[in-house]
Design a protein around this ligand. Structure first.
Ligand SMILES: [Zn+2]
Length: 216
């Protein structure tokens, strides 16, 4: 689910080592970081429907502000523009914008047709990789493993923390991923919102790792 977005964040370090891993995670997972706020405020809606797809019981009933094609293009441009204003680095700003948008493309592959194209328009997209659990695990797992490999190749630990924090995160993400697959479904839409908020800690973890590793 989320593991492939973190995989792309890790992989992006290979293309541009200027942004911290925390910033790369921030971009690749940006719309899922916004989503819990929209859920908890009651603006967007999710339901728990067992069997809606083989991989997840989440039915993304209504999330045009965070997850429509148009919405994501808006967030990607905004993210890119703010980064450029702060850092004056066009290449990194462009990469981060693409990374925000990559979230939608990955969701497009995995989700069943629930991704709106434009707010207010009925047609929804999604190629439905989630209809097969083994295929989902293979594709998402490969993206995650490749991303981890590229990040490890592009950086070097400056101290012990640079090793432990990185491996700690990679193992933690894999454990959460497995729990998501074999664990019980979430209690309520509200619970999904609060669990979603906790993802912000993973961004902080990204900055922590990157501060203890340097570009190779
Ligand atoms: Zn998403």
């Amino acid at each position: 689910m989320f593991i492939c977005h973190f995989g792309l964040g890790l992989a992006a370090k290979k293309i541009d080592n200027k942004p911290s891993l925390g910033t790369l995670f921030f971009a690749s997972q940006f719309i899922d970081l916004l989503w819990p706020f929209f859920l908890l405020l009651g603006i967007e809606k999710v339901k728990i429907v067992q069997g809606i797809s083989a991989f997840t019981p989440l039915d993304f009933v209504y999330y045009p502000f965070t997850h429509s094609l148009l919405g994501v293009l808006f967030w990607a441009s905004l993210f890119s523009a703010i980064y450029f204003l702060l850092k004056r680095n066009f290449k990194s700003a462009l990469l981060l914008g693409i990374l925000v948008f990559s979230h939608w493309l990955l969701d497009l592959i995995t989700h069943i047709p629930d991704l709106p194209l434009f707010p207010g328009i009925e047609s929804k997209a999604g190629f439905g990789l989630w209809n097969s659990v083994p295929l989902t695990i293979i594709v998402e797992g490969l993206i995650f493993i490749l991303g981890s490999y590229l990040y490890i190749k592009s950086t070097k630990a400056e101290n012990k923390k640079g090793i432990y924090t990185l491996w700690g995160l990679l193992i933690f993400l894999i454990i959460i991923y497995i729990i998501n697959i074999i664990g019980p479904p979430p209690e309520s839409a509200e619970a999904i919102g609060y669990v979603g908020l906790s993802q912000w800690l993973l961004i902080a973890w990204g900055y922590w790792i990157d501060r203890n590793r340097k570009a190779d």
